[in-house]
Design a binder for this molecule. Structure first.
Ligand SMILES: *[C@@H]1O[C@H](CO)[C@@H](O)[C@H](O)[C@H]1NC(C)=O
Ligand SMILES: *[C@@H]1O[C@H](CO)[C@@H](O)[C@H](O)[C@H]1NC(C)=O
Ligand SMILES: *[C@@H]1O[C@H](CO)[C@@H](O)[C@H](O)[C@H]1NC(C)=O
Ligand SMILES: *[C@@H]1O[C@H](CO)[C@@H](O)[C@H](O)[C@H]1NC(C)=O
Ligand SMILES: *[C@@H]1O[C@H](CO)[C@@H](O)[C@H](O)[C@H]1NC(C)=O
Ligand SMILES: *[C@@H]1O[C@H](CO)[C@@H](O)[C@H](O)[C@H]1NC(C)=O
Ligand SMILES: *[C@@H]1O[C@H](CO)[C@@H](O)[C@H](O)[C@H]1NC(C)=O
Ligand SMILES: *[C@@H]1O[C@H](CO)[C@@H](O)[C@H](O)[C@H]1NC(C)=O
Ligand SMILES: *[C@@H]1O[C@H](CO)[C@@H](O)[C@H](O)[C@H]1NC(C)=O
Length: 461
């Protein structure tokens, strides 16, 4: 018995004690569901003697793994019209696995299996969650091809269960009441089935970190209530369907780390509620940074890193004062950095423009950016000229990364706020007219530049 188990048992006894002292007249859990739950618990953790430990009504005695309710469609009337002794409670929420150290939910055992009873025995189930429950990849768990979870389900969540290796199609069938489908960090594979377009109430579809592949069906555009679409870290390919632009409720769209190609759909311009857009690390083609990015008034984060978009950084920043993070690294960008970025992006905390082919000066307007930003990365471009920044607050917090720009050098007129809190202070101190970064981690010069500067110093002194 490990520590978490002991904690769990102790807390359970406290809860049990509490209920023995204050008996309630609630109607009992339906006996069929009670029995089925014992079986399910045994399949998840046979090392706990569930029936012995929890002989009473599980709605009252079991640890935090279930929520019970009357028949959810009619309980209001029946509660008001006096106590009907024959009423039964039903299980409406089930949570299995590891949630946090504070929550006394019994951990799944190493050889936990998914009981087929879960598919049929809880007809009023609204939420079902498995977190870090199925971990033994030697014994993959395939969700049964002939079964579906109860159609009453509104939330189905599988988080970090690598041994659940299954296609989506069979068990998603009939789950037309779903509002939230979160299947992240599991072994789901195969295509996104077109039946998903029948989930008219779905608000969140998060399928990140699985092994899903193929093209995303255009019918996904029918999910008008969808607010979060996260397909990141899979193997989806083909073009992103134009219909994604019909998902007008979208707040977060994450398609990063897939194999999507073609052009980023212009239809995205309709997504007026979008706050987070992440398309990084795909194969989107060289059609430039899309101009419609300038038309998202609520945008907070936009990440395009690692696509061969090429072209110049467009002048689209006027309406984007609320943007906090911009990832434009490794895009094949050319031309100069627009000064307007420094003018409008007052709330920026992260800006990645590194590993492009940008040239020309770092606009003086960027000095202001540094006051708020945690990281501005301009490394590995072809930037040139002088960079002067004024000292600001937040010592040690900020990072300006400039390495790998051969024509760039830094100007300092104040020795008392140089680089001593930052990373590469040796380089800073050898150069008179030092940089004025306050606690900035400065990777200022590559060795060649340092040699050049030293030669210049030698000549002039
Ligand atoms: C209690 O429920 C039973 C069966 O559901 C029903 O036959 C009976 O009429 C109900 N009694 C009251 C008072 O509602
Ligand atoms: C789970 O594994 C343990 C040993 O690790 C074994 O004793 C037990 O029988 C297994 N239980 C099931 C249900 O496979
Ligand atoms: C799952 O298995 C991996 C290695 O197979 C292990 O590192 C990890 O700690 C396990 N997680 C849980 C929650 O048991
Ligand atoms: C889906 O629902 C239909 C009708 O509600 C039912 O006949 C069918 O058996 C269900 N399929 C599954 C896989 O549960
Ligand atoms: C993903 O699927 C491929 C086959 O399509 C398989 O070879 C690979 O092992 C799977 N990876 C994981 C992590 O399941
Ligand atoms: C998108 O998904 C990736 C991988 O799952 C994650 O690392 C990244 O933080 C997500 N992006 C946003 C903006 O949430
Ligand atoms: C910038 O951030 C502040 C504080 O979080 C917020 O009040 C303000 O509305 C933001 N600016 C814009 C233009 O969204
Ligand atoms: C860097 O920019 C200069 C002009 O400022 C140009 O002559 C040179 O070819 C550029 N180098 C690269 C590698 O693009
Ligand atoms: C130099 O920086 C220090 C510390 O931020 C500040 O107190 C001082 O006024 C600055 N001096 C000049 C000449 O800017």
């Amino acid at each position: 018995m490990d520590d978490s188990m002991v904690t769990f048992l102790v807390i359970w006894f406290i809860i049990l004690f509490f209920f023995v002292l204050s008996p309630e007249n609630k109607p009992p859990l339906h006996p069929y569901e009670q029995n089925a739950l014992y079986h399910v618990l045994n399949s998840l953790n046979p090392t706990i003697p569930w029936r012995t430990l929890f002989p009473d009504d599980l709605c009252l005695s079991a640890p935090h793994l279930l929520v019970c309710d009357y028949n959810p469609t009619s309980h209001h009337h029946q509660q008001q019209n006096g106590q009907n002794q024959t009423l039964n409670l039903h299980i409406v929420e089930l949570t299995f696995g590891y949630i946090s150290d504070q929550t006394p939910i019994p951990p799944c055992s190493l050889n936990a299996t998914l009981s087929p009873l879960l598919f049929a025995s809880f007809p009023y189930l609204r939420k079902l969650l498995f977190s870090k429950c199925f971990n033994d990849t030697q014994k993959p768990i395939q969700l049964l091809t002939f079964s579906s979870f109860p159609p009453s389900l509104q939330e189905l969540v599988f988080i970090d269960n690598p041994s659940v290796v299954s296609p989506l199609e069979p068990f998603l069938r009939n789950l037309t009441s779903l509002k939230k489908l979160v299947l992240t960090g599991n072994g789901f594979y195969g295509e996104l089935p077109p039946l998903i377009s029948g989930f008219h109430d779905v608000e969140e579809l998060s399928l990140s970190r699985n092994n899903l592949s193929g093209e995303v069906p255009g019918s996904i555009g029918m999910l008008k209530k969808l607010e979060i679409l996260d397909l990141s870290h899979n193997k989806f390919n083909g073009c992103v369907p134009e219909q994604v632009g019909d998902l007008i409720s979208l707040v977060k769209l994450n398609l990063s780390r897939n194999e999507f190609g073609c052009k980023i759909p212009e239809s995205f311009i309709q997504l007026k509620n979008l706050e987070f857009l992440d398309l990084s690390f795909n194969h989107f083609g060289n059609f430039g940074v899309p101009l419609f990015l300038g038309e998202f008034p609520k945008m907070k984060e936009v990440h395009l890193t690692g696509n061969s978009l090429s072209g110049k950084i467009p002048e689209i920043w006027g309406k984007l004062g609320g943007v906090e993070k911009i990832g434009f690294s490794k895009l094949g960008l050319v031309g100069e950095i627009p000064a307007s970025m420094g003018v409008y992006l007052k709330n920026l905390t992260y800006l990645g423009l590194d590993n492009n082919n940008l040239e020309g000066p770092v606009p003086g307007e960027f000095g202001f950016l540094l006051k708020l930003a945690n990281e501005i990365n301009l490394e590995n471009n072809n930037l040139s000229g002088r960079v002067t920044f004024i000292c600001g607050g937040g010592v040690g917090q900020k990072k300006l990364k400039l390495a790998g720009n051969i024509g760039l050098y830094l100007e300092n007129n104040n020795d008392s706020c140089s680089c001593e809190n930052g990373g590469n202070s040796a380089h800073c101190k050898t150069i008179p007219g030092d940089v004025i970064f306050n606690g900035v981690s400065v990777q200022l010069f590559d060795p060649l530049m340092l040699v050049l500067v030293l030669i210049i110093l030698f000549v002039f002194t």
